[in-house]
Write a protein that binds this ligand. Structure first.
Ligand code: G1P
Length: 292
């Protein structure tokens, strides 16, 4: 059976972002900038680079700014055009997505990541799909994470998740892989456990928010079984598919910033700013002058 390219990506963006209060009191956390682009834009760019055509956002109350962001800002376009501000107009164009490619569904209760993904089931249909957690900024401009996963998927089929080795003392924060056979960056997944208790993790290979999944995961999620934190966990649903379908982990080789965490978010801003020609020199100069 030939493997079809993945065309749909789900972005769970319903979270309240309490770790970033007060900033997130009146704006979605996904709109927090890294340099000058909202966090969500990085994940969307990554999906588009992997050939994704349909973007499904699982939102919640108070997340309306996300819909406006990907829309045409007509008044702004008109006034920038009148002033001849072509560079700014080009920047705006990069954020616009063709009508019909964005779909917004609401997660009506905060019942976990698995529940958020399940909310997208009617849009996803019966094809393989991707999931991207925008909090995780996976930075590898030369070879974006989802594109690398998709290349592996076209050879292996089944399910593929992105992983990274984390320190032993952090394993309780993640979905952790129980590894099977390894072949370079690809590891067979023989089991998965969500947020294992300290000292019980089967490895240090942690899921870092990128998934290519078969639609059967929706059938498992539909059962609504609660797991860690009394939430419906995506990791638990994936774990049930192991053995019935191929399941692999691909180790990410770029730089990962956990932007769900304040320190990670600040670090991402510094690191990406340093790479930029416009702001990099000033930031570098300031850093050099500090006596750390
Ligand atoms: C979620 C997943 C977890 C994964 C993590 C990556 O957890 O449930 O398996 O390792 O994202 O960031 P959360 O950070 O939402 O608690």
């Amino acid at each position: 059976m030939s493997i079809k390219p993945v065309k749909t990506a789900v972005f769970p963006v319903g979270g309240q972002g309490t770790r970033f209060l007060p900033a997130t009191k009146a704006m979605p956390k996904e709109m927090l900038p890294v340099v000058d682009k909202p966090l969500l834009q990085y994940a969307v760019d990554e999906a588009l680079a992997a050939g994704i055509e349909r973007l499904v956002f699982v939102t919640a109350r108070g997340k309306g700014a996300l819909e406006d962001y990907f829309d045409v800002a007509r008044e702004l376009v008109d006034s920038l055009t009148a002033k001849g501000k072509t560079a700014e107009l080009a920047t705006l164009e990069e954020t616009q997505i063709e009508p019909g490619r964005m779909v917004y569904v609401r997660q009506q209760e905060p019942a976990g990541l698995g529940h958020a993904v399940w909310c997208a089931r009617h849009v996803v249909g019966r094809d393989a799909f991707a999931v991207l957690l925008p909090d995780e900024l996976l930075w590898n401009p030369a070879s974006p994470a989802l594109k690398e996963m998709h290349d592996a998927y076209m050879k292996l089929g089944g399910n593929i998740i992105s992983v990274l080795e984390v320190p032993e003392e952090h394993t309780h924060r993640y979905g952790i892989v129980s590894p099977g056979r390894r072949d370079g960056l690809i590891t067979e997944v023989s089991a998965l456990v969500e947020k294992p208790a300290r000292g019980t993790a089967p490895s240090r290979l942690a899921a870092i928010g990128r998934y290519i999944l078969q639609p059967e995961v929706m059938d498992v999620l539909a059962l609504g079984k609660r797991g860690a934190g009394n939430e419906i966990q995506l990791t638990d649903a994936m774990a049930e598919m192991i053995g019935n379908q191929p399941f692999h982990a691909l180790t990410f080789t770029g730089t990962r910033f956990d932007c769900g965490d304040k320190a990670g978010h600040v670090t991402a801003n510094i690191a990406l700013a340093l790479e930029r020609e416009d702001v990099g020199p000033a930031v570098r100069e300031w850093l050099r002058a500090q006596q750390f």
